[in-house]
Structures are given as structure tokens and as C-alpha cells.
Write a protein that binds this ligand. Structure first.
Ligand SMILES: Cc1cc2nc3c(=O)[nH]c(=O)nc-3n(C[C@H](O)[C@H](O)[C@H](O)COP(=O)(O)O)c2cc1C
Length: 146
């Protein structure tokens, strides 16, 4: 399966999660391409079966760059699917719902519920056990798609 990850990450925590997820999926023989939201246009993503969008929570919302990116997103792949990952400090953050709302009008459908990963301080580090969360998340995604 072709997978395309697009992430925003101010302090590197979300980026680390996406690198980990890329490693997990690649080991299962999937072709995973990964981009920072800062280096790719929302209208020129490579064709992929699954898109993974990852953002920190900032001021109760997805990071501004990710919000803009999702608003302008154009997906050319037919039957494209997506999943979301969010990092956050506050357990009540509803960033996933806000990202999903931005994708409602797009030609892309959700595969599984998104994943929230906590940071233990503003700049990190990530909560302990985040790798296991990502392992389970990867398994759930692949079960739902294959
Ligand atoms: C300007 C700013 C605002 C933030 N606001 C929130 C917030 O409202 N709720 C929350 O849970 N975390 C908030 N955070 C913490 C971020 O979620 C945390 O820094 C981020 O998840 C770390 O991931 P990253 O290293 O990939 O950027 C904020 C961080 C910054 C820099």
C-alpha cells in the first residue's frame, strides 16, 4: 500500500511519532513517504491509498499551518483514505474533531478514529508508552484497510 504522511511539529514530538510510524509501516512492506506541511503544497500530494495527517494542539486547535493545509487540500487519488494523529498537553483537547471537520467536504474518508498522544511538557517529551500506542494504531489501520 502507498502511504503519505504530512505532519506539522514545532518541537519535534509529532515528527518523532511520524518517523516511528513510518518505520513500523515500512517494516510491514508499505511504501511510506513523509513530508513536513512546510515543504509540500496541499494541491500536489503524491497519489496514495492512505494519508496520515499529524498536528500539535495549539491554542485549542490544530496548528495554523496544518489548518490552512487541510482547508486547501486537494486529493486526486480515487477512494483515498485518511487517519489523524494529534499531540497535546491538555487531555480535553478536541483537535481531532476540528481536523475532521476540515476534511468533511473533501474526497477522502476516515479509516479509524484518530490517535491522541500526550506530551508531558510544552516542548515534550512524549508520554511514556507512545510507541506501543503507535504500534496498536498501525495494526488497527492496516486491519481496517486490508
Ligand atoms: C503556542 C502554543 C499553544 C499551545 N496550546 C495548547 C493547547 O491549547 N492545548 C494543548 O493541549 N496543548 C497546547 N500546546 C502544547 C502543544 O500541544 C505541544 O507543544 C505539542 O503537542 C508538542 O508537539 P510538537 O513537538 O510536535 O510541536 C501549545 C503549544 C504552543 C507552542
Amino acid at each position: 500500500m502507498k502511504i503519505c504522511i504530512v505532519y506539522e511539529s514545532k518541537f519535534g514530538n509529532g515528527k518523532g511519532c511520524m518517523e516511528y510510524l513510518q518505520g513500523v509501516m515500512s517494516k510491514k512492506d508499505h511504501d511510506v513517504k513523509m513530508f513536513s506541511v512546510r515543504e509540500i503544497e496541499p494541491t500536489s500530494l503524491p497519489l496514495a491509498d492512505l494519508y496520515i495527517f499529524s498536528s500539535p494542539t495549539q491554542i485549542g486547535s490544530p496548528a495554523g499551518k496544518m489548518k490552512k493545509f487541510l482547508k486547501k487540500l486537494e486529493i486526486l487519488q480515487k477512494d483515498a483514505k485518511y487517519v489523524l494523529v494529534v499531540t497535546h498537553l491538555n487531555p480535553r483537547a478536541n483537535t481531532l474533531e476540528k481536523m475532521e471537520r476540515l476534511l468533511l467536504s473533501k474526497e477522502i474518508s476516515r479509516v479509524t478514529e484518530g490517535l491522541m498522544i500526550k506530551v508531558t511538557g510544552m516542548k515534550g517529551p512524549l508520554e511514556s508508552g507512545y510507541e506501543e500506542k503507535l504500534d496498536t494504531f498501525a495494526e488497527d489501520i492496516l486491519k481496517a484497510i486490508e
